[in-house]
Design a protein around this ligand. Sequence first.
Ligand code: GUN
Length: 291
Amino acid sequence: MTELIDGEEIAADLRSELQAAVDSLADSGHRPTLATVLMSPDPASETYVAMKQNDCEELGIDARDIELDVDEPASELFDVIDELNDDDDVDGILVQSPVPEHVDYREVLERIDPMKDVDGFHPENVGRLVAGYPRYKPCTPHGIQKLLEAEGIETEGKDAVVVGRSRIVGKPMANLFIQKAPGGNATTTICHSRTDDLAEKTRDADILVAATGIPEFIDGSMLSEGVVVIDVGINRVDADTDKGYELVGDVEFDSASEKASAITPVPGGVGPMTRAMLLYNTVKATGLQEG
Ligand code: GUN
C-alpha cells in the first residue's frame, strides 16, 4: 500500500505547537513580528505574500506588509531593509523574490540582518548551514525534514536523491541530508538538468526529492519499488477544468504511486510545510533578538 503523506495535517500540528510559543512570547511582552516586502506586480508573488500574511495573522504573529512600486530605485528597497533591520519590534524580514531586474537580489539578501533572515538565504546563514551549525534552515527543505520525521521515515544510512540544485530547495536539502544530525546522515546524490542517465541515479533512491520546476518530470519508470517520493513542484498545466488549468507536481503521480511506499500529493504535501516553517523561523527569530 502506498501511503499518502498529508502535509496539511502535519503542518496543522506544527502550527498548534507554534501557537503556544507565540502566546507565551506575547504574554511576556513581545509579540513575534514578520515584515514581508513585495516589489513585484506578479499576481503569483502577491498571492504567496498574502498567504504568508494570513498564516501569521492566524497564529497571532504581527505581519507588516510593505509594498514598493516596481519602478522605485533599488536604493528605496535598501532603505526599507535598513529601517526594518534597525527596528527592534521586527523579528523577521522576508523580501519576496523575484525582485525587478534593476535590483540585484544578491545585494538584497546580503543587506538583510542575518539574525532576521527567516528565509535562511543570507550568505552567513547559508555558510552556517553548510558548515553544520544552521541558524535558520530554509523553509522548504526544513519542512521536508519535518514531514519525514512526522511519518517516522528514517534518513540515516539511506540513499537520498535530490533532483534540482536551486538555492532555495535543492542545495540546502542536500546539505541537510548529509548533516550528522536527526533528519541527516543520508548518502546523498544531487542531480540536475545536466545529469547523464538520470533514471539510473533516481532508481537508486530510497528517498527521492523532486525540485526541478518541470511538470511531471519524474515518472514511475525512473523509481524503484518502496521509494519515498517528496514532490516539491507545483506547476500549472492547461487542462479541461473550470479554471482551464490544473496543478501538477514535478512527479507523475499515478505511475510514481505504483512504486512508492509513501508519496506527497500536489497540492497538500510540501507546500503547507514550507508555509509552517516560515512561522517556525519567525518564532525562532523572536528568541534571537536582543532585549
Ligand atoms: N519566492 C519564491 N519562493 C520564495 C521564498 O521561499 N522566499 C522568498 N523570499 N521569495 C520566494
